[in-house]
Design a protein around this ligand. Structure first.
Ligand code: AMP
Length: 451
């Protein structure tokens, strides 16, 4: 059987699977884990011309690198693919058939609600071990205690420690994919040993953000320790693998630890969040050209998301970060979903969310992101003020629904205020696209209407 070799086009991203010292001057030496961009083919189909992240170019052997791909199965990625929820003892035994020593799954206990059961196939039989939940810890033998199921499974994978066998192979829940395997397969798994965590730089809702060093590059690392939260962030990371734009905070990779911690490694944005940047510098330091540049940066990122049918859902100045060279980049893809999916209203940032998205059976769309973008523009031109000042939160939505729009921030150029008002058009269909907004902003820039 012959296999057809696909040729990687220029721009394809790859990761080195092995070290390659190079044999001639034309070769590009590789260290396992290096990220490379293909820049062309050579006469020999087994070799490519490539460039590494510090700009060095040379030829590389195709079989030493792995193509980096977007992780598409975000919703199915699981940190606990062996967890089958509420199934009966009999169903568990059917799932572990045919017998294979070490094949295991975890289910919720039917006899003892709140506890779990570890089911393991061993010498043709299935053993069911009750996992008790006591004082916020899990245990099988009441000697070893664990914070979560992942830590428990990790422990018994290394050593049987009293069980009939050590855990060898997880029985995957139908429709799930092991997150770790998927990030490795697609070239996004980083090596924990090469990451140094240096100091905390921020507190997210669910975990610390640290500055770190990954193979000599300064990086930002979102560290998520709690297993259930980590599961939610797996989806965020998988969205980020599909996105590449100079105005989106770039994902560098992911580390999934067996005991349930997740590290999301991104480019380091030296000047922190846009809202803090604006508040701390203020109008004496930041000029109109800089405000318009930030507005254009965000608009370009959003135009890219629009073209790729992705909805951000939480666009706000707190979710935009500023790089060392003053480029604004959109971050926090936590809520980003492919366009037209719906979500729970309880946790929405009311002042930033479009009225139609706040209403019952709301549907977010790129157009609701346009509304939020208008609020973000207002934040930029008011140097980080909280929107709808002096209006109690409970009155915001009723007033907005009746057509109320915020006044222009002090000193805001009329052309920019005009764009804000267009973004706050109640009729979704009449709201501009990001593509049209980018044209309008470009026009303001060219005609120097920001002065
Ligand atoms: P987040 O959990 O993404 O909202 O981040 C919380 C805070 O951590 C932000 O407001 C920033 O101050 C900081 N932070 C997050 N990501 C980065 C990054 N890539 N570079 C620098 N600081 C960051």
């Amino acid at each position: 059987m012959s296999t057809v070799q696909t040729i990687w086009p220029p721009g394809t991203e790859c990761v080195a699977r092995y070290n390659f010292p190079g044999t001639t001057d034309q070769d590009l030496p590789l260290c396992k884990g290096d990220v490379l961009t293909i820049i062309g083919v050579t006469k020999d189909p087994n070799w490519y011309k490539a460039k590494n992240t510090v700009g060095r170019e040379g030829t590389i052997p195709a079989n030493y690198v792995q193509k980096r791909e977007g992780v598409k199965s975000g919703g199915k990625l699981s940190l606990m693919p062996w967890f089958h929820g509420k199934i009966t003892r009999e169903q568990a035994e059917r799932l572990l058939y045919p017998p294979e020593t070490g094949l295991f799954l975890v289910r919720e206990s039917t006899n003892f609600p709140g506890d779990y059961t570890l089911c393991v196939s061993c010498d043709g039989k299935v053993e069911h071990y009750r996992i008790v939940y006591q004082n916020c810890k899990l245990s099988i033998d009441e000697e070893e205690f664990f914070e979560n199921l992942m830590q428990l499974v990790e422990h018994y994978t290394k050593d049987a420690d009293g069980l009939c066998t050590r855990l060898i192979k997880p029985k995957l829940m139908e429709g799930t994919v092991a997150a770790q395997d998927e990030f490795s397969r697609s070239g996004w798994a980083l090596n924990r040993k090469e990451l140094k965590l240096l100091q905390a730089i921020g507190k997210g809702e669910f975990g610390d953000v640290m500055v770190g060093d990954y193979r000599g590059t300064k990086v930002a690392v979102k560290c998520i320790k709690h297993d259930a939260t980590a599961q939610a962030f797996v989806a965020e990371a998988s969205v980020m693998t599909q996105m590449r734009h100079n105005n989106l905070v770039q994902l560098l990779g992911v580390i999934v630890e067996e005991k349930g911690s997740l590290y999301i490694v991104t480019e380091y944005m030296a000047k922190g969040s846009l809202v803090d940047y604006l508040r701390s510098r203020g109008r004496t330091i930041i000029g109109g050209d800089c405000l318009l540049k930030f507005s254009m940066n965000v608009c370009e990122a959003m135009e890219y998301l629009e073209a790729n049918n992705f909805v951000h859902r939480d666009l706000a100045a707190r979710n935009v970060l500023v790089s060392e060279d003053n480029i604004a980049k959109v971050s926090d893809f936590g809520l980003t979903k492919e366009a037209s999916s719906t979500q729970d209203t309880a946790k929405l940032p009311v002042k930033w969310t479009a009225p139609e998205a706040l209403r019952e059976k709301q549907t977010f769309s790129t157009k609701s992101d346009v509304w939020s973008y208008g609020i973000l523009l207002w934040e930029i031109y008011s140097f980080g003020r909280v929107p709808y000042p002096r209006i109690p939160l409970k009155d915001v939505v009723p007033r907005v629904e009746k057509g109320y729009k915020m006044d222009a921030p002090d000193g805001c150029p009329p052309a920019v205020y005009n764009i804000m008002k267009q973004c706050w058009t109640l009729d979704v269909n009449m709201r501009p696209t990001f593509n049209a907004l980018r044209d309008s902003l470009q026009d303001i820039w060219t005609k120097e209407l920001y002065l």
